[in-house]
Design a protein around this ligand. Structure first.
Ligand SMILES: Cc1cc2nc3c(=O)[nH]c(=O)nc-3n(C[C@H](O)[C@H](O)[C@H](O)COP(=O)(O)O)c2cc1C
Length: 211
């Protein structure tokens, strides 16, 4: 059984959100292959990466430095530690987000900055930073809805969420990257229904690559 982490980054409830509706349909399909844990980033506490929580670039404090923190701060360090542990314990990541200002809602970046911890997702040595998620076969499905339609050739110029997640997950060591784009939701020539139908028609192709 695969362990699947389904992460949503959208303040809208599911019935009003295109990305969450497609995310739900996709998760329902893949749930037969594993156990799904859901994280709604707008409905949980994500600590701000206070400099006091790190003893070097991305290593969580311990020992005296940890003891010098307030109870609230120690709690934050514990939350960061468990969010990172939760992330690395999964095999398949499904992120559902809208395109906002050519990328994605900032809470998603906040979450990633929070879990990108030395000794967990990454290893930092004197002369090298590398991802640690190449220890087993992992996959990432990036579900993104956008008002506009962005041809693949323009992705590097405008589709920054897509290219960012492709780059960062590759760096972390996640081998499979499977975009599921719902494009043109606000275009008269496409619209929500046909954008959703097109992305649903790509489910099987993506699932085959992952499982
Ligand atoms: C704050 C904000 C910023 C947006 N920025 C973009 C954008 O840069 N490009 C785009 O094509 N659509 C943009 N949109 C439109 C949404 O991506 C689009 O409506 C999408 O389908 C919303 O998905 P949702 O229903 O899951 O929220 C933006 C919408 C909002 C609310």
């Amino acid at each position: 059984m695969k362990k699947i982490l389904y992460i949503t980054a959208n303040p809208k409830p599911e019935n009003l959100s295109v990305s969450k509706k497609i995310g739900r349909k996709f998760v329902d399909r893949v749930s037969e292959f594993g156990v799904v844990t859901e994280l709604d980033l707008y409905d949980m506490y994500i600590p701000t990466t206070n400099y006091k929580y790190f003893e070097s670039r991305a290593s969580l404090v311990k020992g005296d430095e940890y003891l010098a923190l307030t109870t609230e701060e120690q709690k934050d360090v514990g939350i960061i530690d468990s969010l990172a542990n939760q992330f690395i314990s999964h095999d398949i990541y499904i992120i559902a987000t809208p395109m906002w200002s050519l990328s994605f809602p900032s809470v998603l970046k906040k979450y990633l900055d929070c879990i990108d911890i030395n000794g967990k997702l990454i290893s930092i040595t004197d002369n090298k930073v590398e991802g640690l998620l190449n220890d087993k076969e992992r996959h990432m499905v990036y579900i993104q809805s956008s008002g506009g339609d962005y041809p693949q050739i323009m992705a590097r110029q405008v589709n920054h969420g897509l290219t960012y997640f492709k780059d960062i997950f590759k760096f972390l060591g996640v081998k499979g990257f499977h975009p599921l784009l719902i494009e043109g939701t606000e275009m008269e020539s496409i619209g929500v229904e046909s954008a959703m139908e097109k992305s649903i028609s790509q489910f099987d192709k993506n699932i085959k690559k992952m499982i």
